[in-house]
Design a protein around this ligand. Sequence first.
Ligand code: GLC
Length: 665
Amino acid sequence: MIRKFMFGTPINTEAAAESEEAAVGSVPFVEIQEGGTKLFYEMDEADIIYGLGENIRGINKRGWIYESRCNDDPQHTEDIRALYGAHNFFVLDGKACFGVFLDYPGIVQFDMGYSHYDRIEITLEDANYVLYVITGENPADITKQFRKLIGRSYIPPRWAFGYGQSRWSYKTEEEVLQVLENHKRAGIPLDAVYLDIDYMEHYKDFTVDKEAFPDLKKLSGRLACEHVHLVPIIDAGVKVEPGYEVYEEGLENGYFCKNEDGSAYVGAAWPDRVHYPDVLNANARKWFGEKYQYLCDMGIEGFWNDMNEPSIFYSEDRLMEFFRELENYTKVRPDMGHVGELRGKLAALENNPEDYKKIWHDKDGKRLCHRQMHNLFGYNMTRAAGEAFERLYPDKRILLFSRSSYIGMHRYGGIWTGDNRSWWSHLLLNIKMMPSLNMCGFLFSGADIGGFGSDTTEDLLMRWLEFGIFTPLLRNHSAMYTRRQELYAFDRTEALAGILKLRYRLLPYLYSEFVKAAVNFEMYLAPLSFAYPKDSFASQVEDQLLVGESIMIAPVYEQNARGRYVYLPERMKLYVFQREQIARKTVLEAGHHYIEVSLEETAIFVRPGHLLPLCAGGLHTEELDWDKLQFLGMEDEEASYLLYNDDGYEKDYENPEHYTRLRKR
Ligand code: GLC
């Protein structure tokens, strides 16, 4: 049951798709104080907190303080509080079981047992919000009700489930063709090559650098003949440059975010000085969204939206102030204190919370300060594109994912989890974060596989792929100045390619499970406890996940480990794949086991009463043969599987013609 409570005059975020009547009476479970800006709950020793979407730490969020404040911070270390998304939904499971969704687009602190281990303390900046309290049988049931409330998750075209190769940046047409050629030569599956900011002319959105990419349409056509898609990046900031069409149009129509005096606000990102499109304003959103057509006309069918927290590298006022202060330093006798001070001041130039107070939006005819609705920007940038695609290409699915997000955005696009590092701990973080993202509706998501920053190693990339093949977005992306991270850059290219080939063999299953999860408001990647709520050990397992209805995975995430301990809540059949082929299979009883999983191996556990369909595989999603499937599962039992398939672009997901009930022969 969902109960909705209104406080003050909330900003309409349009996070919920279904409208609930506001409840009368007092809010259950949580105690509300300080005029509504603080919410408390006393926890029991064994209480668990699930949710909060894109955040660091565990599946169980207890014991840290998280902040909903979309933030461009590439240091995803254990002590930070905010990442790029703001996902204010959690479920408490223990002596009571309930879910809370705080629909509030400003900054929120979720102190989940940080100040006091037994207490949840939530702090908002003002008391204008909608609070949903959801009760149900268990966390899975509560999450499902929540997901229904917020509406169906975005479903990308089928090719987007293939492998994508990215790097900051493939700078020229030749380089892109080389990437394609290298994949072909090495027999590495491929469905997409990503273009980072250098394809643009001086980082100007909706332009193409004609020297580096003389004919993008021809290039995308050439790739399409090889079943590969080009996926360009779009950044939130529009370069300030007289004569540049997008800048001129935006300025003329008042479509950019403003200063208090009504002039266009100037921030800075990759192109240096930028204006931000006021995507909270419906007209500006329409205008910005339709700009994507420029690239769609060149055969582009997918985009990634970046820098949309929005990122402000510096503001002019603050930088000038910093320069003035520097002058004072020339008059002092230098010491260590000055170095520390300067470091702090330099760091404070970037994404400074005070700068966000100077930005103004024009939302539904009202002037509103950005600070109050900071967390809606990335959401609405992606919504701009999503709404435009719906108008311009109603019969087609276009790939779209974003860095920054708020709940509600999950209906328009997916997310990637930003600038992680080539660290083993970030592989583990990826594993733990996925179910929380799914709870908040972000099914189409994934991390930069192999790690974005820092130099990766072959074994880390291999282990990461062995997990990544189960995440809907499967993209290898790395930063400039890091070691090359394409699969052909390593000694064991064949083994790395083999893991991707396993992904393609699994695609009939993974795609079916994804679409069914979206349509039925289910989890695609779930913690064990969601399926085994009565198993008290299952709720403590943080490094194994359920993928759809049939399988459990237990990735290896430690360097030099040749296997790992796993917990089985029930009897399951273990298949160990060596690259894309089954190397061993065995039935394991419920309980704890040590399993051997060498570097080139991936372990998949099939649940009893379920089947895992496998196809023969291929190098592109379009090549897969969905008619000839092999079924994995227990030999001695009856089981069937509901397969979903469509033409990869159509949107009638509920059409019974897309579903086939298959039985083991
Ligand atoms: C940001 C993005 C990263 C991208 C880079 C350059 O750091 O998160 O993925 O490569 O900008 O565009």
